[in-house]
Design a protein. Structure first.
Length: 336
């Protein structure tokens, strides 16, 4: 009697285990299918939105232009240093980059630090003399920009990631299809000479679409110039990260990755992106430590000979020290 009861219990346990395994397998299959569908749907949507012209070479390929020539320096197993660049790509010509950042991700603390580099910052471009920092990208792409940052400030980037501004619009529209609520500090109005950029925002709390938010972060036609623009960029980065960390944002992550893929050129492997993305989504505190260089107490306007023009000059040694202290603080905390 006891033997039959024992056998019956074992059969029940086996059925339960099989049921649990089947349930887990179903959940994994459903999640994988959902992720794949959302990724492909996002990518398909972006490709349909791109201009189908022979000149729009950047949008028509997801292959890297610069991967082979970029000579990034390994910062060790615990640190990722990424050169983040935002460009306004029109056709196949190489333009100067409007947005330049150095992002450090610490794999131990799961923390992120971001430094915005002013585009008009005066630097020595290796082999090309002194010029504005964003001229390095126009002359020699992300590799020359990496060399310029390393030579002037001693910071070595291992990876680069270039995103076309259309990709920024896709990020916003995917995460917040109804728009992003933001406090616009002042009226902002600007139209470029060729009419390709048109910014017209009113002061006050506004709900901005992807295109409008792009105008907000790019505007610099006021007294604060590049400093104001960098502040707005950092403000929007935190807002979008908070949106991504929400429940709805996590569910939208696969579609988001698919939608921006056609607009990104990077040498970061898919595995590294997934690991960092997993940590940021599920383990980070949600905050990003940010700063910009040159700092307000180490910068002055100075006009150089044509074709350089008006630059943001600074004490090079002090700027290098500021960057070193900002990034080294994370490494010191890891050791302690």
């Amino acid at each position: 009697m006891s033997n039959s009861r024992s056998l019956r219990k074992k059969r029940i346990k086996r059925r339960r285990r099989k049921g649990i395994i089947a349930l887990i397998a179903f959940i994994l299959l459903a999640f994988s299918s959902y992720t794949a569908y959302e990724f492909l749907a996002g990518k398909h949507h972006s490709l349909n939105n791109q201009t189908a012209s022979a000149e729009d070479a950047y949008a028509e390929t997801t292959e890297s232009r610069y991967k082979d020539e970029f000579k990034g320096v390994d910062n060790g197993d615990d640190q990722m240093m990424v050169l983040l660049l935002g460009i306004d790509q029109r056709g196949s010509e190489v333009s100067r980059t409007d947005t330049m950042m150095l992002a450090q991700y610490d794999k131990n603390t799961k923390s992120t630090k971001v430094v915005s580099l002013m585009r008009d910052m005066y630097v020595d471009i290796p082999g090309h003399g002194k010029n504005k920092l964003n001229a390095a990208f126009a002359i020699g792409g992300p590799e020359l920009l990496r060399e310029t940052i390393a030579e002037n400030f001693g910071i070595e980037a291992e990876y680069y990631s270039i995103i076309d501004f259309n990709g920024f619009t896709e990020i916003v529209n995917t995460l917040s299809p109804d728009g992003v609520e933001i406090d616009v500090e002042k009226d902002m109005k600007y139209t470029s000479g060729d009419g390709s950029t048109n910014i017209d925002l009113k002061e006050g709390t506004q709900t901005l679409s992807g295109d409008e938010l792009l105008g907000y972060v790019r505007f610099r036609s006021d007294a604060s110039g590049d400093f104001g623009r960098v502040e707005r960029q950092q403000k929007v980065i935190q807002i979008l990260k908070d949106e991504l960390l929400s429940v709805q944002g996590v569910l939208k992550a696969p579609r988001l990755v698919g939608s921006i893929q056609p607009y990104i050129d990077t040498n970061i492997s898919g595995t590294s992106i997934l690991n960092a993305g997993r940590d940021i989504l599920f383990q980070s505190s949600g905050s990003i430590d940010m700063m910009s260089v040159p700092t307000n107490d180490n910068v002055w306007n100075e006009r150089k000979e044509y074709p350089v023009g008006l630059v943001l000059n600074h004490d090079f040694v002090e700027t290098a020290q500021t960057l070193e202290e900002f990034f080294e603080e994370e490494k010191e905390s890891d050791v302690s």
